[in-house]
Design a protein around this ligand. Structure first.
Ligand SMILES: Cc1cc2nc3c(=O)[nH]c(=O)nc-3n(C[C@H](O)[C@H](O)[C@H](O)COP(=O)(O)OP(=O)(O)OC[C@H]3O[C@@H](n4cnc5c(N)ncnc54)[C@H](O)[C@@H]3O)c2cc1C
Length: 381
């Protein structure tokens, strides 16, 4: 148990109530059908979840990053798909506009995003730019008062739901320069591809998007002319914050697995007694709880550091790395203690394992987190 302020407990209670009563009942079916729950998104909008960490003057709830992390955790405790949807919208689709946009860009987009008029999305990954995210091949060429964009972004979360996509493109080859832009849904030449068929987080919306001579106004260069060439830096900073939410998502999945495991091992009897009375089972529960608590401290600490405006890179990487691996172990343990039931879809925990895997890949794989952490400690050797 971590003792938090009243506002943190209040948001936890509100999101938990929504998650248990509204989200969990249809989750197994949505996992099978891959159908995005538009009605739940509307409810999240009404609850004010889509703009939690943004100031009220920008249409947000004016709460802190820890409140937002708790909301992602509680959603993910029953639905990795919705946790990911919220995380991608807030941390990736909206935060970089709020943090690096011009006043005009912030006023134009952040209130609409924070109010949930539409979702936000983030386009960094390309066929030849994954872990090596600077390998961007999408280009932006200036033509009068417009930029002409060509290329593609892959695995874009919220791809077809988003009203805005913030993305990177090469604006100069010699010297190499990557800038960030905003494209609005419906812009001619901006084409959203088919929904990906995924291992986990299946109800979330993952798409490829194409730019085919797509013309966007010059004012959609993020930060304005003075920030030309700073897009890659903006995106790396965005990922430092985003990793807190993937850590929170992993934490929620791990907690959800423990929630399913505890009642089962208390009730299931074999050899004439509850299986939780066998040390081989009870120690597994104890290990899950201990690791989850450690992950919670790392994730909440990273959220707190972001709230204080402190350096984040090392702490968000350690939180994401550890929490993701805890989520995988917790989901695996939950399946194991449920036995064959755990292998069945209706008991949820096999979905937790599939959803948790995303946390070890998205926003930088576990190998890349280790690289970031080691580089902080060792420098560039
Ligand atoms: C469901 C989902 C949603 C996503 N949403 C988004 C999104 O909204 N926006 C977006 O831009 N991207 C998104 N992504 C993409 C994600 O960020 C990338 O998949 C991730 O960064 C890894 O890139 P890659 O898949 O190209 O793997 P690769 O870079 O091809 O890596 C393959 C393997 O090689 C390892 N590897 C690579 N380089 C090194 C190294 N230097 N040292 C050690 N190991 C290394 C990796 O760790 C990995 O195990 C999403 C992905 C998924 C699965």
């Amino acid at each position: 148990m971590i003792y938090l302020r009243e506002e943190h407990e209040m948001i936890r209670e509100a999101v938990r109530d929504f998650a248990v009563n509204e989200v969990e009942p249809g989750e197994v079916e949505r996992d099978a059908s891959q159908e995005f729950p538009h009605h739940l998104l509307e409810m999240m909008k009404d609850l004010g979840l889509l703009g939690i960490p943004f100031p009220e003057e920008y249409g947000g709830a004016g709460m802190d990053v820890l409140c937002y992390a708790i909301a992602v955790e509680e959603l993910s405790r029953v639905s990795g798909s919705l946790g990911l949807t919220l995380a991608a919208h807030v941390s990736l689709g909206t935060s970089p506009i709020y943090e690096f946009g011009t006043d005009e860009q912030k006023k134009k987009y952040v209130p609409a995003l924070a109010a949930g008029e539409y979702l936000g999305a983030f386009g960094l990954t390309e066929p030849n730019a994954g872990s090596d995210a600077a390998g961007t091949q999408t280009t932006a060429v200036r033509d009068g008062d417009e930029w002409v964009i060509n290329g593609q972004k892959i695995f874009v979360t919220n791809g077809s739901l988003a009203g805005t996509l913030i993305f990177t493109a090469v604006t100069s080859r010699e010297p190499r320069q990557i800038s960030a832009f905003i494209v609005e849904k419906g812009t001619p030449g901006f084409v959203v591809g088919k929904k990906e068929d995924k291992l986990g987080c299946r109800a979330s919306d993952t798409r490829v998007v194409f730019f085919e001579d797509c013309r966007i106004p010059a004012e959609n260069l993020v930060g304005g002319e003075s920030e030309l060439g700073k897009g890659f830096k903006f995106f790396m900073k965005t990922l430092d914050g985003g990793r807190i939410s993937i850590g929170a998502m992993a934490l929620g999945i791990a907690q959800g697995a423990l929630d399913k495991a505890i009642p089962h091992v208390r009730e299931r009897k074999q050899f004439g007694q509850a299986i939780g009375s066998f040390q081989g089972v009870s120690h597994r529960i104890a290990d899950m709880a201990t690791e989850i608590q450690a992950a919670r401290h790392l994730v909440y600490n990273a959220a707190w550091l972001k709230d204080q405006g402190k350096p984040l890179e090392h702490h968000s990487a350690t939180a994401k790395l550890f929490a993701s691996e805890v989520a995988m172990r917790a989901a695996d343990s939950a399946i194991q203690v449920l036995g064959a039931s755990g292998y069945m879809r209706e008991y949820h925990v096999e979905r937790y394992l599939r959803d948790a895997k995303l946390c070890e890949i998205g926003e930088g794989t576990s190998e890349i987190q280790r690289l970031v952490i080691a580089r902080q400690l060792l420098g560039r050797l």
